[in-house]
Unconditional design. Structure first.
Length: 258
């Protein structure tokens, strides 16, 4: 657990701001009542609630923007540009890649990372973070789709196999940001070399970006579906990481608790 305290030197559990000290104090009191792991789960649950509220807020902002034909003006040009790039072999390749981020592929990747990291580190923290991050991401996707109910691009402009659920936001894109991000975070905590950390962060960002763009390329989502999914995913990932840093603050004060 002490290896998670900083990234190549800087101590990340020292709260130098009033807000940080306030959160750490709240986490300490919660941990004394429930234990550190329960406090972490409760903190993540509160973060999930915040993420859902952010999702609802984003749908309201999205509707206001699209009514003025703002960001949505990017959608049709992006789809038209994607259609010009298509070819049989590229369509097949991108379809195979996007399957990785689907309801079967992404859980498999997440479970594999969970098992490997949990066993290797002999700690429940990777399991808690990955499961919570994934559940929160799924909840955000479901809530937003229910609120907006946006139609996907016309089937005539899409590459089969077709999808029929609501378009906004892109679940593939949101899940890719969150799962790749939290796994990269857990790996970076144990990487001493700067080059390794840059490669890990870059690989996670490239995977998430490619997953989102694949959805637009195939005509399965509008570009704004992907754009909002990226922003929501980053926000939720930041909340998960913040919760973990607070947990480490408590654990370091009471090493026997972890």
């Amino acid at each position: 657990m002490r290896d998670d305290r900083g990234v190549a030197g800087p101590d990340l559990i020292k709260n130098r701001t009033p807000a940080g000290r306030l959160l750490a104090g709240w986490m300490a009191r919660l941990s004394s009542l429930l234990g550190p792991h329960a406090a972490l789960l409760l903190t993540l649950a509160v973060g999930a609630l915040i993420a859902v509220l952010l999702t609802v807020a984003s749908t309201e902002i999205y509707e206001a923007v699209t009514e003025g034909d703002g960001v949505s003006a990017l959608d049709q040009p992006a789809l038209d540009g994607a259609r010009t790039l298509r070819s049989p072999w590229l369509d097949t390749t991108v379809t195979a890649f996007t399957t990785i981020g689907g309801p079967i592929g992404m859980p498999i990747l997440a479970i594999a990372a969970l098992v490997i990291l949990t066993l290797h580190r002999r700690s429940w923290t990777p399991a808690i973070l990955i499961v919570t991050a994934g559940v929160g991401s799924l909840l955000m996707t479901v809530v937003a789709k229910q609120f907006i109910g946006r139609a996907r691009p016309p089937l005539a402009d899409a590459v089969p196999p077709y999808e029929y659920s609501a378009s906004f936001p892109s679940g593939h894109s949101l899940n890719a940001v969150v799962i790749a991000g939290v796994v990269a975070y857990l790996l970076i905590l144990r990487q001493a070399r700067r080059q390794s950390r840059i490669f890990t962060a870059g690989a996670a960002a490239l995977f998430a970006m490619a997953m989102g763009l694949s959805r637009v390329f195939l005509g399965h989502h509008w570009f704004t579906d992907v754009l909002v999914a990226w922003t929501l995913g980053i926000a939720w990932l930041a909340l998960v990481i913040t919760a973990h840093r607070l947990y480490l603050t408590i654990w370091y004060r009471d090493p026997d608790a972890g």
